[in-house]
Design a protein around this ligand. Structure first.
Ligand code: FES
Ligand code: FES
Length: 177
């Protein structure tokens, strides 16, 4: 931990932390992380898990979206040590029925919902979560569900189309309008 002298000068004693967490089903050990590291930084820079992307770095774009103990989270906002013992799912955890791409990923390709692709892992995580929680989302519910994700390329129309396509193929069509 950090101590401060009476003059306010910081004497570094030990600002490193070590902990374990599960990432995409695999137990992972983190050694010598800085206490101020974000979960995104630990995933990408220490564990080599590069699906979640760094863009804004402060919770405004969704490029770093993961599921943390089952709930969507911006990994850039989560203090890494706070995720100790947690279950982290990234886009790399997703598998289709045949072990390949999921229907959400296939729909993104089919509709042209990905261009540069930088936002895509975050969107795919958000859409996957949305459709698990609400298999029949209306257009408004889709837009609300993806409110935290930003795309600079596609104009969003094709992303919404991809979501509606998956919902329809799963038998959930009817809410969109
Ligand atoms: S990089 Fe995390 S929300 Fe933008
Ligand atoms: S595809 Fe380029 S930012 Fe979304």
């Amino acid at each position: 931990m950090t101590e401060r002298t009476g003059e306010g000068r910081r004497d570094e004693i030990d600002e490193r932390v070590a902990f374990e967490l599960t990432v995409d089903g695999e137990p992972r050990e983190v050694k010598d992380a800085w206490w101020f590291d974000s979960l995104l930084g630990v995933l990408r820079d220490r564990l080599g898990v590069t699906g979640p992307k760094l863009a804004c770095g402060h919770g405004r774009c969704g490029a770093c979206t993961v599921r943390l103990d089952g709930d969507l989270a911006c990994a850039c906002l989560v203090p890494a040590a706070a995720a100790a013992g947690s279950d982290v799912e990234t886009v790399a955890s997703l598998r289709g029925a045949d072990g390949g791409l999921t229907d959400v990923q296939e729909a993104f390709l089919a509709t042209g919902a990905t261009q540069c692709g930088y936002c895509t892992p975050g969107f795919v995580m958000a859409v996957t979560d949305l459709l698990e929680r609400n298999p029949r989302p209306s257009r408004e519910e889709i837009l609300a569900g993806l409110y935290g994700n930003v795309c600079r390329c596609t104009g969003y129309g094709r992303i919404v189309e991809a979501v509606e396509r998956v919902a329809a193929h799963r038998g959930g069509a009817g809410g969109a309008g």
